[in-house]
Design a protein. Structure first.
Length: 257
């Protein structure tokens, strides 16, 4: 029987998705990416889910796009496939996506990780955009998001040489959020996901949207957007509950309204 390339389950308000092609280091085939985008949309539309945790396995988060899918393709064929439409679907997911990364996060795998909002990485994780070794360049944002995250000097080093960054380098350069011990990489990320999932869902969506605006808009534009999101939250029950709970010295019970 063919293995499922994605495994998923729900734990409280957290949806957990695991990329599951261990024999090819979780290479991101086109059908896998299509299913992943659809699954993310499904959880994004489910009010009981507050946070999505996206994970690979211990050896690999994902070692890139599936090279076998592209090896004999022409430029015209690659354009016709329009595979990056799938990545646009992932880009507009509104709920926080937390990446639990162990092992290789390379090429399209690193690009997928950069579509996530918080990256919790094992101390053994390795990051890179080694497409140059295949005679191509990154195509899902690897030259752009990587450069915005780490700056031109490191981006040029990684993209032109194909070298991998260690978890410590990735943290120092601002590519990932936290490093955790390799024995507990998944559990540590799940703890973060569950902790974020206790926050108000509307405020979480607004916060994600506002931080992402910093990558797309000018400072003046994104400050206007931030203010609009800030004001809008004062019409929510969660704002009243959050501030009442603070005054009453208790934990807030956010309802997402
Ligand atoms: N696509 C398809 N298969 C892959 C793969 C990928 N991206 N990465 C690894 N595999 C397969 C290998 O072919 C191998 O399969 P077999 O056992 O059938 O030979 C299996 O996974 C295990 O890999 P290795 O034997 O190579 O394992 P290793 O520990 O010696 O090396 C590695 C690990 C350094 C990650 C190496 O596998 C590697 O360099 N992989 C390719 C990384 C890469 O170039 N990624 C970019 C892809 S292009 C891209 O992503 C474009 C884009 O921007 C969208």
């Amino acid at each position: 029987m063919e293995e499922q390339h994605l495994l998923h389950e729900v734990d409280g308000n957290v949806a957990i998705i695991r990329i599951n092609r261990p024999k090819v280091l979780n290479a991101l085939s086109l059908p896998l990416m299509e299913d992943l985008a659809n699954l993310l949309e499904q959880y994004d539309a489910d009010d009981s889910i507050h946070v999505i945790l996206l994970s690979g396995n211990e050896r690999a988060w994902a070692a890139g796009a599936d090279i076998g899918d592209m090896a004999t393709a022409s430029s015209d064929e690659m354009r016709r496939r329009n595979q990056f439409a799938i990545w646009e679907q992932i880009k507009v997911i509104k709920k926080p996506i937390i990446a639990a990364v162990s092992g290789f996060a390379l090429g399209g795998g690193c690009e997928l990780m950069m579509h996530c909002d918080i990256v919790i990485a094992s101390e053994n994780a390795l990051f890179g955009q080694p497409e140059i070794n295949l005679g191509i360049i990154p195509g899902a944002g690897g030259t752009q998001r990587f450069t915005r995250a780490v700056g031109k000097a490191t981006a040029m080093d990684v993209v032109l040489s194909g070298r991998f960054l260690s978890a410590k380098e990735a943290l120092d350069f601002g590519l990932i959020s936290r490093i955790v011990p390799k024995e507990h990489w998944f559990e540590s990320a799940l703890i973060v996901a569950k902790q974020v999932a206790t926050k108000g869902p509307i405020a979480l969506r607004s916060a994600k949207a506002s931080v992402l605006n910093a990558e797309e808009l000018t400072l003046s534009e994104s400050l206007v957007e931030e203010r609009a999101l800030f004001y809008a939250l004062f019409d929510t029950d969660d704002q009243t509950e959050g501030m009442n709970a603070f005054a009453e010295k208790r934990k807030p019970n956010f309802t997402g309204t």
